[in-house]
Design a protein around this ligand. Sequence first.
Ligand SMILES: N[C@@H](CCOP(=O)(O)O)C(=O)O
Length: 495
Amino acid sequence: MYYVSTRNKQDRCTAAQAIARGLAADGGLMTPEVFPKLSPNGLNTMRDMSYQQRAVFIMNSYLDDFTSFELSTYASKAYGGNKFDAKEVAPVRQVDPSTYCLELWHGPTCAFKDMALQMLPHLLTASLKKNQESKTVCILVATSGDTGKAALEGFRDVDRTRILVFYPKDGVSAIQELQMNTQEGGNVGVCSVVGNFDDAQTGVKKLFSDEILREQLAEREVFLSSANSINWGRVLPQIVYYVSAYCDLLRDEKIQKGDPINVCVPTGNFGNILAAYYAKEMGVPIHKLICASNSNNVLTDFIRTGQYDRNRTFYNTMSPSMDILISSNLERMLFALCEHDDSQVREYMSQLNATGMYKVGPNIQTKLSKIFAAGYCDDAQTQKVIGRMWKEHSYLIDPHTAVAFDVLDQYRQESGDATPTVVVSTASPFKFCDSVLGALGVTELAEGTAILDQLSELTGVPVPAPLAALKNKNVRFQNTVSKEHMVDKVLEMLS
Ligand SMILES: N[C@@H](CCOP(=O)(O)O)C(=O)O
């Protein structure tokens, strides 16, 4: 199977090449030329498999330059042992008769990004070998909180890799910041950027297209790649958990073969919900993809009107992973919606770059509204939902998950659609203790990591071990850079 750039289909390469590159030279996103379909019995075949086996089954169909043996080895390393604190890896919890919560935060950094970033280092290092690449790869990451820590942990001390994470200075939670700045490992670097997530992500993308930097790095036997969801190796492992959730519901007889489900996904960079779309394309009977946003509701408007317009106020919210106005992976969705018309995608992206907006035609708009529903939820409502879920279901959820529950409620009221729905729970509530405690009515918050115990004592829910361990970690990084000087930070880190 070959992968092509969303902006130029002539730029065509193998999976191993796409994963090592991260991003196409023209700024496009490497995407499968064709999407594999599950066989009619595929979901039934996976019904009784472990998460690891399902991962191999799905990834095999996209990575024909990797053997099943290789993929099994990576899946055992990524999801086996004690890496995840739930034996199911990505458990599905029933909340009410027609609502399920797919918990994706049982990994080493307590966010859904672990599902892909425990796998990507294996895929990437194997890709370097397959490509006979002799250089070291320097992975640049822009994060609004969760990707950064998960990428640091995944790539920590991985041979022939360096990793440098940029996060918005005042745009992540205190616990997220501490997680990143205490990261151990000899190949890691962390730096805050003055600005918001879009500034950090745009800055990183500029570094990828900086020819002078590329030459300077080549002299040092280094090249750049990405661990954000612009890298295909990030999106693919995310497809797995949607397939897996459907198989779990089948296995537990919550649904019958062929029954449709909806999925409701808290959405920022669009990688997570895009993975759900690809699962649907493969043949998982997903009826509606419900895209949930916070007050940064650029995607809500796009899905409802067909006009993407990032010229609006950027809000720092209590669900920072969704504080994004330029959603990178929407580009892959546009590529799919316009039937791989690369010139059309190029045109949209150049309009976005020049004016901050574009509008899709009626044909694409119709397809968009058939596949997706969308809504948003502000901070005040997010807090109410956290409080209500705790009161009514004794279920402690984080602000991102709360946004999704609220948008699902709105969708159900507006549409009357009673299809069983999987809400994607993207992070542990302990990553956002202050907001969660506030939602539970607490006004006096403990300082530093004591806030973890405060939430635990109030609710009786244990602090996840990786977060409890923060108490004994030293802060290693306290760097800040302006967006204009990110390049200097990269060179400094590699010196
Ligand atoms: N929500 C993200 C932003 C980056 O998204 P990614 O999926 O492209 O890595 C974060 O937590 O950093």
